[in-house]
Structures are given as structure tokens and as C-alpha cells.
Write a protein that binds this ligand. Structure first.
Ligand code: ATR
Length: 266
């Protein structure tokens, strides 16, 4: 029997998840279908119940439904609880299991694909929305030496820092260089750049933008102009999907060949 999965969002037309998961399935010989479904903004929970009734085994959840997915899950993993958001749902034994693989995807991309060990690293996260929140605990668990959160609206970074027991700085206070600078703001979506002092970048810095596009983002260009190595978030996208595939199928697919297909298609 073919097991059914898919990604839920609004909008969802440009999602890369169906391609990623069909490549994973072909690679690992798993008999699944993976579709995409746009649910009405106010119809997430009823839409989800319908999919479960139709026999879906699991779903990925995209914007803007990650918080609602968190709310509807009967069982949550610790990392979903820390993120307060769910991107991977599994339907089993009449229960909805909620997990969040975004942080694990970032860690896998950094350590597995970019060969960037995180132990003892000094890390700056720019942004204090859902994207930032999802990766903080996994970074702490990966053994970083220091984690600072900074954000355009300082109060939001201070609240997040308090929750995770790390430190917050205002953007203009970030004057020292960091080993890893992660752009978790949505500024890149609009071609914009957080107002960060360039002194955060040094020759040994990895500047990681969680966003991706055909061309390097404004954040990556600024970092490169100041001597840093750069990476975009396409590897994280593929790796978070691999983590979800593993949850559902018990097999961890190879991400490198899938990443190279996606890179060519950008
Ligand atoms: P997401 O779930 O993608 O994190 P979000 O919760 O709306 O989305 O958060 C967006 C983040 O990007 C916030 O940290 C936001 O800063 P504010 O808290 O000050 O709004 C940040 N952001 C968005 N556009 C930005 C810009 N042009 N410059 C700097 N930060 C920006």
C-alpha cells in the first residue's frame, strides 16, 4: 500500500517539499506519495482532520500554520516544545504527533554538509521570530560556547534570550566578531538587510542566511565583502526534510544529491 504524505501551507504553490520528498523516496525505494495542499487561512484544523480521515500518514507544515500545528498535536517532542511550533506531523493510533525538524536541519547542514563543527563556537542569531526560536535550543544542545540573540526590536530578543537563558544585545551593541552569524530575520525575503555592524564578521566567520535565492542574499554579500565565508538556507531546507522523512520512514536519505538538484533548479 502506498503511504500518503504532503505539505500544508498558505500559499504553497512554490513549495520545494514535494520534489525533495519524491527524490528521497526514489533514492531509498520507499513507496509513498507526497503532495502539497493549500488550506484556507482559517481552515487548518478542519483541513487536517479531513486528511487524517482520508488516510494520510503524516504532513509537513509550512507558514503560516506552524503554531496551529503545535496547538493541535496530542503529543509533542521536546524540540517542538522549545520551538513552540511544529513542522512535522505524524498520524498514528488515532493521535497527532508533532515534531519540529528545523533546528535539526540547520545543525545537520552546518556540521554534515558544511563541515562546520559547533562545539565551543561563539554564535550570533539575528532575529527573534519563529525562525530564530526554532533553532536556538538545538544550537545550545550542539555545544556552542556562547549564543547571543539580537533583533531590530530589542524587547523581542530579550524575551527570547530570557526563555532560553542566553544573552541578548541590541543590534548596534554587536561590535565583536563571532564564529557563526545566523540571519534568522525575514529581511532577505524583501531583499533587505538587518542593520548589523560589519565588525561581527571576521575572516574565520561563517555567515549563514536561513533564507535562500538564486543569487547570494544581501546579508551574504555584506558578510563576504567583510571577509566571511557564507552559506544560504537551501541546505537547511533539504536537511529538515530529511529529518522528517526519517521520522516517518525510519531511513535517513542522502541530502547532497538532492541539494544539488535543487540548486540547479533555483
Ligand atoms: P519568522 O517566523 O520567519 O521568524 P516573524 O516571526 O515575522 O517571521 O519574524 C521576523 C523577524 O525578522 C523578526 O525578528 C523581525 O524583526 P522585528 O522583531 O523587529 O520585527 C525581523 N525582520 C524582518 N524584516 C527585517 C528588516 N528589514 N530588518 C531587520 N529585521 C527584520
Amino acid at each position: 500500500m502506498t503511504d500518503r504524505y504532503g505539505v500544508l501551507g498558505h500559499p504553497i504553490a512554490h513549495s520545494k517539499s514535494p520534489l525533495i520528498h519524491s527524490l528521497f523516496a526514489a533514492q531509498t525505494g520507499q513507496n509513498i506519495t507526497y503532495g502539497q495542499l493549500q488550506l484556507p487561512i482559517n481552515g487548518f484544523v478542519s483541513g487536517l482532520k479531513q486528511l487524517i480521515a482520508e488516510g494520510w500518514q503524516g504532513a509537513n507544515v509550512s507558514l503560516p500554520f506552524k503554531t496551529e500545528a503545535f496547538g493541535v498535536a496530542n503529543v509533542l517532542t521536546a524540540r517542538a516544545q522549545a520551538a513552540q511550533a511544529v513542522n512535522t506531523l505524524t498520524f498514528m493510533n488515532g493521535l497527532i504527533y508533532g515534531d519540529n525538524t528545523d533546528g535539526a536541519g540547520l545543525i545537520a547542514d552546518l556540521t554534515g554538509s558544511l563541515l562546520y563543527p559547533l562545539q565551543k563556537k561563539r554564535v550570533l542569531i539575528i532575529g527573534a521570530g519563529g525562525a530564530a526560536r526554532g533553532v536556538i535550543q538545538p544550537l545550545i544542545d550542539a555545544g556552542v560556547a556562547q549564543l547571543i540573540i539580537t533583533n531590530r526590536t530589542y524587547e523581542k530578543s530579550a524575551a527570547l534570550a530570557k526563555f532560553f537563558q542566553v544573552d541578548a544585545l541590541a543590534l548596534h551593541e554587536c561590535v565583536n566578531s563571532f564564529d557563526l552569524v545566523i540571519n534568522a530575520t525575514s529581511a532577505s525575503v524583501s531583499g533587505l538587510l538587518p542593520d548589523i555592524p560589519v565588525s561581527v564578521f571576521g575572516p574565520y566567520t561563517l555567515a549563514y542566511d536561513m533564507f535562500y535565492a538564486k543569487e547570494p542574499t544581501a546579508f551574504m554579500r555584506l558578510a563576504a565583502a567583510n571577509g566571511a565565508r557564507t552559506a544560504d538556507g537551501l541546505g537547511m531546507l533539504v536537511a529538515q526534510a530529511a529529518e522528517a522523512f526519517f521520522i516517518w520512514r525510519g531511513i535517513y536519505p542522502a541530502t547532497a544529491p538532492v541539494l544539488s538538484v535543487l540548486r540547479q533548479k533555483l
